[in-house]
Write a protein that binds this ligand. Structure first.
Ligand code: GLA
Length: 386
């Protein structure tokens, strides 16, 4: 794939590119907590977007999306939201450098990869982070990874219209092989925890569905959480986000909480706690406890945060009945995409067989099974001739 992207670049543009690899991510636990200033536990994985990039002297950005066989060309001084969906992730990143006062010089770019789209593995973050990393390298701007992650997140807010947190972009850029990242989304400090995969395998199962309300409901959840903060702030001015709240505070003023806001807030408080417990379990290689916390996370996402869907629930239900499955939950924003399953290595064939046999949707969707390995974050693969 990398060779194909590189050769296509040379054929199209006639120069030698440098190559950036930018991975998708999984999240072990800590869902919807990032934009509440809480904790998450993601990792970068072995599904990635690859970029071949090189400068041109044309004052143009020339992009080719190899998997779609589509091109886009823009003058360097005409960066704005466009009607080509995929291009916005790239243009949105360029716009961030421009907003910082830089002039971004013309370049050519061929990109493509194997992060499944709409599966909740953050293909969009992989694209944004790869682009940010490539521009930073090309013009030697020397932004650090955290700054690049913030640019990538802003691109998503401004050019894709999703008010996402920082988790996906942070994970894509900061991933480390065989380790998960416990990120404090308030301080943006992080700690790496070893995730020993000798006896276990992480397996994603893609439902094959992405319900249309995913991004609108995402933005609604954000507002519901903010409403909870607003209610608490009247009595506890120190509560700046749900990270600062606890259940006693909510119980004291429960009569003021609309049911949906109460449910959202209590889920977030519990989920933050689960991330702490999960990290403690990892320190003792206690995967059984870790798995139980994954199941509890799913219950919360289904019943309290209400971002799951029948397909995801069905997959978790099937997984929980298979011997050797330690934990399972929906992953990412919800309303489709995939589940993440922690499976004993020798039970993986049985797991895959059972999922294939039992998963059923009215439209006859087939589950897509993706075994993932934890890898390094966005990096340069080759600088030959760049
Ligand atoms: C999406 C967003 C992330 C995060 C998750 C839910 O992936 O991009 O910022 O909020 O949903 O945990």
């Amino acid at each position: 794939m990398i060779q194909n992207i590189k050769n296509t670049f040379i054929q199209k543009f006639g120069t030698e590119p440098f190559i950036v690899k930018s991975p998708g991510r999984v999240n072990l636990i800590g869902e919807h907590t990032d934009y509440n200033n809480g904790f998450v536990l993601p990792a970068a994985v072995n599904k990635a977007i690859y970029f071949a990039v090189g400068p041109n002297e044309l004052n143009l950005f020339r992009f080719y999306a190899i998997d779609l066989d589509e091109s886009l060309e823009t003058a360097v001084d005409q960066i704005e939201i466009c009607s080509v969906h995929w291009a916005n992730y790239l243009l949105g990143v360029i716009a961030q450098f421009v907003k910082e006062g830089h002039s971004v010089n013309g370049f050519d770019c061929v990109f493509g990869g194997d992060v499944p789209l709409g599966a909740g593995m953050s293909s969009s973050a992989a694209i944004e982070c790869g682009m940010a990393f490539a521009i930073n390298h090309l013009q030697q701007f020397e932004y650090n990874r955290l700054q690049l992650a913030k640019f990538a997140q802003k691109a998503e807010h401004e050019y894709a219209g999703v008010q996402c947190g920082i988790m996906d972009q942070f994970a894509s850029l900061h991933g480390k092989i065989n380790q998960v990242i416990k990120l404090d989304c308030r301080s943006l400090e992080y700690e790496l925890f070893p995730f020993n995969m000798t006896d276990y395998q992480l397996v994603l199962v893609n439902t094959g569905v992405k319900h249309a309300l995913a991004s609108s409901e995402y933005n609604i959840r954000r507002r519901e959480c903010e409403a909870g903060v607003g209610l608490l702030q009247k009595y506890f001015p120190e509560v700046m986000s749900l990270r600062d709240a606890n259940m006693e505070m909510i119980r004291e003023h429960i009569s003021e909480f609309p049911m949906n806001v109460y449910k959202r807030c209590s889920y977030i408080i519990e989920e933050n706690h689960r991330v702490d417990l999960a990290c403690a379990a990892l320190q003792h290689s206690d995967f059984e406890t870790f798995g139980q916390l994954m199941y509890q996370s799913h219950e919360g996402l289904k019943n309290k945060f209400e971002v799951s869907c029948p397909e995801l629930n069905q997959l978790v239900e099937i997984a929980s009945g298979i011997e050797g499955v330690i934990g399972a939950r929906m992953m990412g924003g919800g309303f489709g995409g995939c589940t993440i399953n922690l499976v004993e290595r020798n039970a993986v064939p049985l797991f895959e067989k059972m999922i294939n046999e039992k998963y059923q949707t009215p439209e006859g969707k087939k589950p897509q099974i993706i075994e993932v390995v934890i890898e390094d974050g966005t990096h340069l693969l080759s600088i030959t001739g760049a």
